[in-house]
Write a protein that binds this ligand. Sequence first.
Ligand code: SUG
Length: 453
Amino acid sequence: MAQHSHTALSFEVNFDGLVGPTHNYAGLSYGNVASQSSAQASSNPKQAALQGLQKMKTLSDLGLIQGVLAPQERPDVHTLRRLGFSGSDAQVLDKAYLSDPMLLAAVCSASSMWTANAATISPSADTQDNRVHITPANLNNKFHRAIEHEVTGLILRRVFNHDDYFCHHPALPGQDAFGDEGAANHTRLCIDYHEPGLELFVYGRCAFNGHLPAPQRYPARQTLEASRAVARLHGLSEHNTLFIAQNPHVIDQGVFHNDVIAVGNQNLLFFHELAFLDTPAVLSEIRAKLPNTELHLLAVTQAEVPLADAISSYLFNTQIVTLAPGNMAIIAPLECAHTPSVKAYLDRLPSLNTPIKAVHYIDVKQSMRNGGGPACLRLRVALTQAELAATNKACLMNDALFTQLNTWVERHYRDQLSVSDLRDPDLLLESRSALDELSQVLNLGSVYEFQLE
Ligand code: SUG
């Protein structure tokens, strides 16, 4: 396969978040319809982690380079202590549960699995100093996610651990005006991954300009100010960036990140016609900034797939991957096969004269029920050969690691968890011993705060 061939100059590596042992449904994400409707359902962390691993294996078997990002320490006892709960770890959990069960649920969420929200990454071909720039997302809009970025930053430093090639920034200030959700609102168009591209930053509202339209019902998590700051930090220029306003009406229907309604890969942008505030203007700006590029700007109409079907099936939270030059595949959640309008569209797609030649369905139902589809579960990193060589090898998927991680999940994970189990001190111990072992397997050093007794 082209991606693995030694002659390839660059690679798109997908780093998937490994689902943590506390995966549960707590209804924490207002504006994310799936999270709200699964609230209080019982989860299966073991199955969730195995589904995630199988997804990684499927992509790796297609010939793509696949990475693994470790989960975070949850329950997050350190955050509870910062909030005034004291005593032994078991007492801290118990006091938090009795005082505010939703707070305990928030510090137990396995939400770091959705690594599309881990960071925004600009490939070296686009940046001023020709290094890969990485900014963890502050995820400021939701408390359970706002406590992720410090450890996310640490993990990313251990994975991309070479100053000649990688430049790590801290997350943006944790304030509403700079709400940043990372790569979920960022797509890059290019011809080949190592060539300069056009980085699309999609935002839901402007913090400092109240005249621009904003959603009325659900929050817009990403601001224009945040997107601009990330582009500045990464040394991008006016020529290789485009800031695009999301359609506030679709946010109000449950499109809480742009990757629920649009996805791009190389010279292809796949999106619903209602995705952006001014779609014709967006398309003409893309064409103007990428002259001499054969572009496939593939809009799906409301008549083909109604918005509600696109949101419930996650048609646009698919991954579009390049298997060989000009030959792409779309990786779709099983829910797409079960939604008639979407299934009909995907059946036609390979014959529509675009680079997409095949559709692969995968089962990530445990994650989908919290509003996380295939694209949410992965962080894309375009790397040159030298950058890939400088990346932590222990975090790259292969048959041996796949087997090892499956065994690890089987040994440490529960197959049933409900919100009332989160105060169980044994869950904390199980989670810590699992992560302690994992950090050795993935060669991460000490990224977690706990000490095993
Ligand atoms: O931030 N769900 C995540 C889903 C993130 C999806 N990511 C992308 N679209 N890229 C969120 O809303 C739900 C947790 C709960 O309710 O238990 C949650 O955090």
